[in-house]
Structures are given as C-alpha cells and as structure tokens.
Design a protein. Structure first.
Length: 116
C-alpha cells in the first residue's frame, strides 16, 4: 500500500525558512508529476507547487513564486519544497500528492506555522 509521508514543518518567525520533504513508500512515484498543496484552517486545499517526473519542469502558485523552490530526488523517492521569506499567510498543513490527479491516499501532512 502506498503511503505518503510529509515532514519538515514547524514553527518559524516571519522571514524565516523551512524545508519540507515528501517521501513515498510502497510504490515509486518517480514517473509522476508531484505537487505540494496546503490547507489553512477554514479554507480549501490549494495548490502550491509542482514538479515534473524528470524535475525539468516546475510550477508555482503566485502566492509563493520567488520564495519557494521545489525539487526531487527520484533515487530516494522524495520530493522537497524549500520555503523562504515565510509569511504568516503561509501557515497551513502542507500535503503532497501526484498531480494533476491525486492518485495516492493523502498523507497526514506537515504543519507549518509562521508567527508575525
């Protein structure tokens, strides 16, 4: 059974940085485009960033463009999201999954909290 495990979240002050990781177990997702999503309290889950299977193509939501970098290591079956210059509005639970169709069961996510 496929399991997605997100990690790396935490509490950080505005302007700080965090590096998130998304590891897949049970099945490789090396042939898929993988995306990061986030969900803030009381809001819908929203797209943050995506990376193609080869890593050659990336996409970012306007809200994080210039502050986020997505990358992947297919040998480790892991996708990363580096977030810099964090803002309080980045506070959310961050999830990863294949895109545009989320083929795998959603993981628990990792909480990112940015204090002002």
């Amino acid at each position: 059974q496929v399991q997605l495990v997100e990690s790396g979240g935490g509490l950080v002050q505005a302007g700080g940085s965090l590096g998130l990781s998304c590891a897949a177990s049970g099945r490789t997702f090396n042939s898929y485009t993988v995306a990061w999503f986030r969900q803030a309290p009381g809001k819908e889950r929203e797209f943050v960033s995506a990376i193609s299977w080869s890593g050659g193509s990336t996409k970012y939501a306007d809200s994080v463009k210039g502050r986020a970098t997505i990358s992947r290591d297919n040998a480790k079956n892991t996708v990363y999201l580096q977030m810099n210059s964090l803002k309080p509005e980045d506070t959310a639970v961050y999830y990863c999954n294949t895109a545009p169709v989320p083929f795998f069961p959603w993981g628990q996510g990792t909480q990112v909290t940015v204090s002002s």
